[in-house]
Design a protein around this ligand. Sequence first.
Ligand code: G4P
Length: 285
Amino acid sequence: MEKKTMQTIHWFPGHMQKARRQMEEQLKLVDIVVELRDARIPQASFNPLLDELSAHKKKLIILNKADLSDEKENRLWKEMFEKEIPCLLVDSISDNLSKKLVNEIKEICKDKIERAKARGIRKKVIRAMIVGIPNVGKSTLINNVVKKKVAKTENRPGVTRSLQWIRLNEDVELLDTPGVLWSKLDDQEAAVKLAVLGSINDDILDKEELASYALDYLKQEYPGVLTKRYEISEEGDLLSAAAKKKLWLTANGEPDLKKAAEAVLKDVRDNRFGRISYEKCPAGE
Ligand code: G4P
């Protein structure tokens, strides 16, 4: 896969304006918006602008990467979203999604199809568009449903290609380029979660803080996983304890916290702790 440009993209106000305008134009063309979120962080991976721009559109929420998140949390989040908006739990890499997505879209747009029929339009083709922040799996999902490689999206606005529609079946068409919104970086907690999971560039962030955040979260919400992975008791300075135990040490035998932080973040991103949700559903508390 082409090397991601996302990691180095900064969303300046000008870029955001452009992305917003672009999305407004594209939304005019579609009947339904398929909003992708990361099932591990359903709130942090959401950009509120989408709700503003798509207020009058039909919507489907897809909690993607559901293979990586906690099954119990998956169920709770899905139930919570479904009180207002249809929601699917999806693994875009392994699931066979084409039929499932088409059926769901047709079901949500049933009234549109009926109305078109009543006006004598025999075959109403429903147009859908995938939208989400960088790295939620938009390209992976499109490739899954289209069954052939479509070009990797540039995770920045203004890189418009001419719009093309991909026919998913006789009733549903999908815009071949997903809409990209920026990540919610003004929300500190969301930014930390996105960085921990590797969905935003962490170069300018303090990796030791990120790793400690992840360790504290795991200790709190998934007791036992750190003991299992690092053979440490889940008390005190966890980063230092893991460094000592795993022999991530400096030349003079001190815990090498920089190296430890890198290793912990890699473990998070490689899912070495099992299926973890980094945001727990408020409904489960
Ligand atoms: P984007 O277009 O929204 O930016 O996301 P993209 O499809 O490029 O997916 C981002 C990463 O997430 C990719 O990993 C992709 O394989 C992975 N991914 C997407 N959907 C799923 C899913 O449902 N389950 C799992 N487990 N992974 C998924 P990558 O190319 O390896 O990139 P990276 O790991 O280097 O970030």
